[in-house]
Ligand binder design. Sequence first.
Ligand SMILES: [Zn+2]
Length: 506
Amino acid sequence: MHKRTKSNIAVMLVLALCLSAILAGCGHEPDKPKPTKNVVLISVCSVRADHMSCYGYRRQTTPRLAEFARQCVVYDNAFTQWPKTTPAFCAIMSAKYAHNNGVLRATHGPRLADEHVTLAEVMADAGYQTAAFLSSPALAAHSNIAQGFQNVDEVFVGPRRAVLPTIRAIEWLRKRDPKKPFFIWAHYNNAHYPYRASGIPNPDMFVEDQFYDASRHVRALKDPRAHLKADVPRDHPCVMEILRPDIGAIHTWAVLDERPEELDFYIARYDAGIYSADASIGRLLDELRTLGLLDNTIVALVGDHGESLGDHNYYFEHGRFPYDATAHVPLMIRQPRGAGARHVSTQVAAFDLAPTLLEMTGLTPPEDWDARSLGRLDKDTPGDNLVFTEAGYQLDYMLAVHDSEWKLIDVPNALDRQMMRHQEYELYRWRDDPGETRELSAAHPDQVARLAAILDEWAAPWRAEVYANWTRNQTTIPTETSRQLESLGYVGSNSSEDEEGDDGGD
Ligand SMILES: [Zn+2]
């Protein structure tokens, strides 16, 4: 009986193959098989790759992700396309650079226009159930980033937001239709300043450990009226961000009252925030295993940007510069059963994740996407992979490019140069000097010329127009979101009150 069934199946398979060959011969494409693999996208805000133990950090900040990473393709050198939450995620979800999708700079109501086809839209069109669990007001509805998600759960308020993306995702997974594949996005804001490290029993777990140096001090500005002295027009779209006093001092919104001027206290708390994200993500991975989903689910983790912890005299923020303290992000992808797990040292763009996930599920990316599947790295020469990053708050903002060895930053704006090295171009050998401590443009003018030509060629078709039109895609932020952002000092307010006891949002 069993044997006979098998032979029947074999006959049917042969018939099916013949039929599809006949259809192909007639010019009819047989229907593509429907995708069946689930996709879970996990994202973390403000998490530097080099502060995760799974990327070699000295503190055990990510015990759960270390275990997960052993089953992943881990991209050791992934860089964001814009080191600020909203533009970074709009680039990832639309698979387009900010200059192309219109979501530039900071939080002044940038809106991803409907015309851009997002990863979630492609998957929803292919029959996926889609749901997003987002814990940052920078990803609120006004940004329109959740296009294509049939269920959007915004968990912005209160200390429980450290664990809520996991709790809500688990609830949703248990209720979903098991006959259809799913795509979910869970975003964790746990590491964002003001570094409360909520969601874990001991936020001070790394304070005064063996790596702690209590002698390092930095100025902390508690006065909400403190700001950088600079001549910026009041109607500049990012006047608030430009004047934020985060150069040479800890800005108002990040100050911790317990030890306000002790540099390592902030870093220890920041590291505990990463640990908190790791714990929460670990619970979600446990649930995927318990539900028996891991054998048929692709799980990816990506960061939007890192955090500057005093690097380049820039304290506890992100978005101002394209230095690797904020540009280098975690990126890892687990295929079912951990297939192909390895480390990839080639430099890659974080937004290449979207077409990579589509390729893995058998779907075709839209033709107008800028990003390309990382599957191509197996065929191309790795050194040829150029990674571009846009950054800054000025109308004439910065551009950067990484090749396999060098990185060039193009700094068009005079005020930006004053906060940096007073140069039009900065050159680093990023693989040997990941902290970008040795600026090499004088010693290697040939590399500056070569990479500047690459940046010019890349930006020539759009740069002048984009710099001149900052108002594109601005939208009105709803009152409640505006209040949450404003409480953190955004949207043109100088208030420093953080009444909800929330982590930051941007
Ligand atoms: Zn972020």
